[in-house]
Design a protein around this ligand. Structure first.
Ligand SMILES: [Fe+2]
Ligand SMILES: [Fe+2]
Length: 263
């Protein structure tokens, strides 16, 4: 007996060791016993990775990539984003027991991608002599969990806002790493970028499935967002329209993102 998707998701979210976050799912988990709706309010964490208020978390901006010391803090922050993605895709499996089988299978496979991304950043940090938890981490994505109230809102907020923005972030930071000759870090960012495209595509596919037939994809996305989530958070400082090619964004949506500003 290898257990259920629910048990796997539960141990990923509630486990307090980093190993719990990274444990891969056996290939033959069954998804029959999905349990009741469970919306966990916080993850289990080792003490040094307990989410901290934004005021005590310092993540340097893109320009920091030129400075090796700041680059470490940036990598640490990227690892924290992946850690939260791991937990929140597992969270979604617990929160949406009634969602379609294929949707849940997609959540599970995205969860394992996020575990791989986390490992990539952690290995790079280790090569550079930094252990995860050396600096305080934020709970930025966990703090947005009220936006994940339905499968539709989950894909609109997580996949089509935060992961959409990460298409730009990963590209910008990869280019910055390449400019300073850190090709190992750049390669990781580029791999995450490519796999993030699949996560955005997953979001788009299920937005199409969950939306009202009378709405366009863009109308349905905008309708599912609540402040402070907004188009400006679905892109980076630079907007890479080309990185969104083939993912289902129509011209109107791309134009809206191109014009959206963070201020
Ligand atoms: Fe990721
Ligand atoms: Fe992702």
């Amino acid at each position: 007996v290898t257990g259920s998707v629910r048990e796997h998701a539960l141990s990923v979210v509630t486990g307090c060791a980093l190993a719990d976050k990274l444990r891969s799912a056996p290939s033959d988990l069954d998804d029959m016993d999905r349990g009741p709706v469970l919306r966990l309010e916080a993850p289990g964490r080792p003490d040094d990775l307990a989410p901290q208020p934004a005021s005590v978390v310092k993540a340097p901006p893109l320009q920091g990539m030129a400075d090796p010391a700041q680059r470490l803090r940036i990598l640490h922050a990227f690892a924290n984003h992946e850690l939260q993605a791991v937990e929140l895709f597992a969270w979604a499996l617990l929160a949406f027991p009634d969602a379609p089988d294929e949707f849940r299978a997609g959540l599970l496979s995205t969860l394992s991608d996020e575990q791989r991304h986390l490992s990539l950043y952690l290995n790079r940090l280790e090569q550079l002599g930094v252990s995860f938890g050396r600096w305080p981490v934020s709970g930025y994505f966990w703090n947005k969990r009220e936006h994940f109230s339905t499968p539709l809102r989950f894909v609109c907020s997580m996949c089509l806002t935060f992961e959409s923005a990460n298409l730009d972030h990963t590209l910008d930071f990869a280019l910055a790493a390449e400019r300073v000759g850190d090709d190992e870090t750049a390669a990781i960012l580029r791999q995450v970028h490519v796999e993030e495209r699949a996560h955005v595509a997953f979001g788009m596919r299920w937005l199409a499935a969950f939306k009202q037939p009378t709405e366009t994809l863009l109308q349905a996305w905008l309708g599912a967002l609540a402040w402070p989530l907004r188009p400006a958070l679905a892109r980076g400082r630079e907007f890479h329209a080309g990185a969104r090619k083939g993912l289902g964004f129509d011209e109107e949506w791309l134009a809206l993102l191109a014009d959206a500003r963070r201020s």
